[in-house]
Write a protein that binds this ligand. Structure first.
Ligand SMILES: Cc1cc2nc3c(=O)[nH]c(=O)nc-3n(C[C@H](O)[C@H](O)[C@H](O)COP(=O)(O)OP(=O)(O)OC[C@H]3O[C@@H](n4cnc5c(N)ncnc54)[C@H](O)[C@@H]3O)c2cc1C
Length: 360
């Protein structure tokens, strides 16, 4: 069984800065629903590789749903494979294989006041949220945008135009490392303190995210008003044959189990209840011997996922009853875990009944 991927036409490639390109994709009429997205979500793309066949990478949609377009923006990573391939090879008329939009870095209510932190290429999901909030929401939008220098500011003109169009609702603060040095936690805290009732979204390089989320935590932003997206490269290939991947995961899980000090998962039968897209599913024959995502897929549940490795948040759910433990987790922090959020692709049951929701 192949993971459902789609080959899309590239309509345009836009040189945003010396080392960042936006790639605009054409969505055929019949795929419009499949490719419906929320601001802040990402696409997973398949980059051809003569070494591995495919290198799978996630790229946030920098366009906004209300613009009626689908664009990703890719910044070259030094010595990176996929980002340089995209910047060097894609042009109008090329094709790109992708998985549909996914991810949980998206506002629950677009009428909130938003405090956005973007660092470098981390602007991509953040500008999508800003554009959507300004076009369809009612609140204030404040963006703190950090870059190395003036020439590396992606979307400088788009942001200036948005400011001109919404002078009373949109504030952008550009922070240039070449002029002001690195923005540290204290600086970000002083800034964020003026907006402590806003809903915050943070995306950027590791140290920037650490400083921004640290500042928000210090200011007492509650978990539900503090969101972050980590830009990491996927190690696996969600485009491949799912059965092959399961076999590989099983081997990895078995290898991991030797050193695993976490509580053992129950070995079934486990009863599972799932809320997904307004539908309820329940099963009482989950043996707990494989990740919950695999079990749900075997039952025909259209559960979301992307990397299948615990590297992204596409499969995240909230545990409403019982508990799950994860074999691997590269994205959720302590606060997420305390809120009952788990990555379904990595989850094994810890209790004989588990009730989860993908709704929020
Ligand atoms: C949710 C999410 C959203 C993201 N959004 C964005 C975004 O909007 N914009 C953006 O720029 N980035 C984004 N990223 C980051 C992006 O996915 C990549 O991590 C980034 O582009 C770096 O990838 P890279 O392959 O260039 O670099 P690396 O991953 O550092 O490349 C090196 C890796 O490639 C492997 N490699 C080397 N040569 C080959 C080869 N020939 N074949 C196969 N593998 C090879 C190496 O083994 C090594 O593992 C996002 C990440 C996530 C998780």
């Amino acid at each position: 069984m192949d993971t459902e991927s789609y080959v899309l036409d590239v309509v345009e490639v836009i040189e945003e800065t010396a080392d960042a390109r936006s790639v605009v994709l054409r969505i055929p009429e019949e795929l419009a629903e499949t490719f419906t997205y929320k601001p802040g979500q990402f696409l997973t793309v398949a980059i051809p590789s003569d070494q591995t066949g495919i290198a799978a990478r996630c790229y946030s949609l920098s366009s906004a749903p209300c613009e009626g377009r689908h664009a990703i923006t890719v910044k070259r990573t030094v010595d990176g494979y996929a980002s340089n391939w995209v910047c060097d090879n894609l042009k109008a008329g090329s094709t790109l294989r992708v998985l549909p939009p996914n991810g949980i870095f998206t506002p629950k209510t677009i009428d909130d006041d938003f405090l956005l932190f973007g660092g470098g290429s981390g602007i991509t999901p953040v500008i999508s949220i800003a554009k959507t909030a300004l076009a369809t929401g009612t609140g204030q939008v404040v963006l703190f945008y950090a870059n190395r220098d003036q020439d590396s500011v992606i979307f400088a003109r788009d942001l200036a135009e948005l400011q001109a169009a919404h002078p009373d609702r949109f504030t952008v603060v550009h922070w240039l490392e070449s002029v002001q040095g690195l923005p540290n936690q204290e600086i970000l805290k002083t800034f964020a303190a003026h907006f402590d009732t806003f809903t915050a979204f943070v995306c950027g390089p590791g140290p920037f995210m650490k400083a921004a989320t640290g500042a928000l935590k210090e200011l007492g932003f509650p978990r539900e008003r503090r969101h972050q997206e980590k830009f990491v490269s996927l190690g696996g290939n969600p485009f491949g044959d799912v059965e092959e991947m399961r076999a590989a995961e099983q081997t990895i899980a078995e290898a991991d189990d030797h050193e695993d000090t976490d509580p053992p998962a129950v070995t079934g039968p486990v009863s599972v209840e799932v809320e997904l897209d307004g539908q309820q599913y329940s099963f009482d024959d989950y043996a707990g011997d494989r990740p919950l995502l695999d079990f749900l897929e075997s039952k025909g549940v259209p559960a979301p996922y992307s990397c299948r490795e615990g590297n992204c948040s596409a499969c995240a759910c909230v545990v409403l009853e019982g508990d799950l433990r994860m074999l691997n987790n590269d994205v959720l922090d302590e606060a997420d875990l305390a809120d009952g959020i788990r990555l379904v692709c990595q989850s094994l049951p810890l209790t004989e009944k588990v009730r989860i929701s993908y709704n929020g």
